[in-house]
Design a protein around this ligand. Structure first.
Ligand code: ZN
Length: 138
C-alpha cells in the first residue's frame, strides 16, 4: 500500500470566500501515483471548511446568505466566544459546512458524481491556513 501526504496553503484576503481546490487536489493525486484507493481532504483549522458541491456562483451566494442567516457575523457581542475573539460565527459556519471530504480514487482519478467539486470554505480570513490531502491505496 502506498501513502501520500501534502499540505495546501491558503491566505484569503477577505473574511469569507469559497475556493474550488479540485485542480490542486487532482495534482496531488497525480503526484502520488496512486490509482486505486481513498483520498481524504480536510481543513486543519476550526474556522474553515472543506466540502463538495456545485461550482455555481448563484449557489455560492445562496450559501453565504443561508450561513449569515444561521450565524450572522455581527453584532460580535451576540456571541459568548467573542469575549476575546470576533470569530464565533466562523466556528459555527464551519461546523455546518463540514471539516473534510473523502473521495474514492478509481483508475487514477477522483471518482466524482456529476458536478461534484471540492471547495475550501474560508469563514475567518486574512491569515495563513492549511488543507491536508492524504491518499492511501496502490
Ligand atoms: Zn475563535
Amino acid at each position: 500500500m502506498k501513502s501520500y501526504r501534502k499540505e495546501l496553503w491558503y491566505h484569503v484576503k477577505s473574511r469569507r470566500r469559497f475556493i474550488n481546490i479540485t485542480p490542486q487536489v487532482e495534482e496531488c493525486l497525480k503526484e502520488s501515483g496512486i490509482k486505486e484507493g481513498l483520498l481524504l481532504c480536510n481543513t486543519m483549522h476550526i474556522t474553515s471548511s472543506v466540502f463538495i458541491n456545485d461550482d455555481e456562483d448563484g449557489l455560492h451566494q445562496d450559501f453565504e446568505k443561508w450561513l449569515e442567516g444561521l450565524a450572522p457575523e455581527k453584532p460580535y457581542s451576540m456571541y459568548k466566544h467573542n469575549s476575546f475573539e470576533d470569530n464565533a460565527d466562523a466556528h459555527l459556519k464551519r461546523t455546518i459546512m463540514g471539516r473534510e471530504v473523502v473521495v474514492a480514487v478509481t483508475n487514477g482519478r477522483l471518482d466524482f458524481g456529476p458536478w461534484e467539486q471540492i471547495f475550501y470554505g474560508e469563514f475567518d480570513g486574512n491569515r495563513d491556513k492549511r488543507v491536508l490531502v492524504k491518499i492511501i491505496g496502490q
